[in-house]
Design a protein around this ligand. Structure first.
Ligand SMILES: *Cc1c(COP(=O)(O)O)cnc(C)c1O
Length: 376
């Protein structure tokens, strides 16, 4: 799991904690997705908008999905040529002025406000079928997009604003989907969206099928089966239409590591704790997802004589924050861990640093390192 290049980097006495991104591994992973998936792939920038990450992905994706004016300007800046689809609830007037290649419209009122700009724009209406479906994986119910009754209110606005080009329908209904659920969900979206788009008179319609492909934090070596997914999606596709997905997590999770070192080891009330430099203010992922972040321990670089360690024990890995919530992983069996050892948390490339409350307690920020034959 740990790449040779990461192992070498760890051996070079780096300043810790640090985020380390293996860009060659990212490039290979993105190429795998590109080769397997026969429809358009946009990368959801919010999963990790780090500039070298975006540049590494650019040759392998059809575009980028951005969810704010800030993301829009950032991705434009890093990749001026990239196609951008702009979604997200509560767009401001300034955001509605941005010349995205596609605007995902979230409500009838948003469409009215966009129409009032009297500028040309290519729009997909975001539909929310969440309330109509059953299934535990559903996460995106709530104020995202329009339910099928509300979306009907868009017809009048579109009819009176010919500068708006209706291109199709967009949906992003769930996350944490494995292949069968993702394919089934896409099928349901298309079943609803195709007749709707036809009735609305859309030529060569586009259907955004969303992201949400699963990352299994309990089995870091098991990736989403893009090959099977690609074959199944190919069977759903029809000539004359464009299908598009916008995965984030399953694209960048694997390329990133949060690497840090053990500052202290001690028992407390029957539990072993390893206290690590840094904390979940840098890598909030395990707290938000409620999982154990997978990790590997590397033997200490300082060989501190007399410093505490523990062997063959279940250990809880915590950070430097003064809160019991600062837990990376709980009661995980380890062969051995001691002060000065290095811990590398895997699957830290998506929703890691950029979702974290980085200034809480004002510890030193992490460093950032890019492992690649050539950093873009
Ligand atoms: C967050 C988001 C995505 C990406 O979701 P992942 O779970 O990271 O694949 C795609 N589309 C929209 C609209 C989103 O909000």
């Amino acid at each position: 799991m740990v790449t040779d290049r990461l192992r070498t980097w760890i051996g070079e006495t780096p300043r810790l904690p640090a985020f380390v991104y293996d860009l060659d591994a990212l490039s290979a992973h993105a190429r795998r997705i590109r080769d397997a998936v026969p429809i358009e792939v946009f990368y959801a920038a919010k999963a990790n908008p780090d500039a070298p990450v975006l540049r590494t992905l650019a040759p392998h994706v059809d575009g980028f999905e951005v969810a704010s004016g800030g993301e829009f300007r950032h991705v434009r800046d890093v990749l001026p040529e990239a196609r951008l689809a702009f979604g997200g609830p509560g767009k401001t007037d300034a955001e509605l002025d941005l010349d995205a290649d596609r605007v995902h419209v979230e409500s009838p009122f948003e469409l009215v406000r966009l129409a009032a700009k009297r500028r040309e724009a290519d729009v997909l209406l975001r539909v929310n079928l969440a309330g109509e479906r059953e299934g535990a994986a559903l996460a995106m119910s709530g104020p995202f997009g329009m339910d099928p009754a509300l979306i009907e209110e868009c017809h009048a606005t579109l009819a009176s604003a010919p500068w708006l080009r209706l291109r199709g329908v967009h949906a992003h209904l769930a996350s944490g989907l494995d292949v069968p659920e993702a394919v089934a969900l896409s099928g349901e979206i298309l079943e609803w969206a195709r007749p709707w788009a036809e009735k609305a008179g859309v030529d060569a319609p586009e259907f955004g099928l969303g992201g949400g492909m699963a990352v299994d934090y309990a089995s870091p070596a098991r990736t989403f089966d893009w090959e099977t997914y690609g074959r199944e999606i190919a069977r759903l596709a029809r000539p004359g239409e464009t299908l598009r997905i916008e995965p984030g997590r399953a694209v960048t999770a694997y390329c990133g590591w949060y690497v840090t070192e053990v500052l202290d080891v001690k028992p407390a009330h029957g539990r072993w704790y390893a206290v690590l430099r840094g904390g979940t203010m840098h890598l909030r992922t395990p707290v938000t997802k409620g999982h154990d972040q997978p990790f590997e321990v590397f033997p200490g670089r300082r060989g501190n004589a007399g410093s505490p360690s523990v062997r063959d024990a279940e250990v809880t890995l915590v950070g430097q924050l003064c809160t019991p919530k600062d837990v990376f992983a709980r009661d995980v069996p380890v062969a051995g861990i001691g002060v000065g050892d290095i811990v590398a948390f895997a699957l830290s490339g998506a929703y890691g640093w950029n979702i974290s409350h980085r200034d809480f307690l004002m510890h030193e920020p992490p460093g950032f390192h890019y492992l690649a034959s050539e950093v873009p």
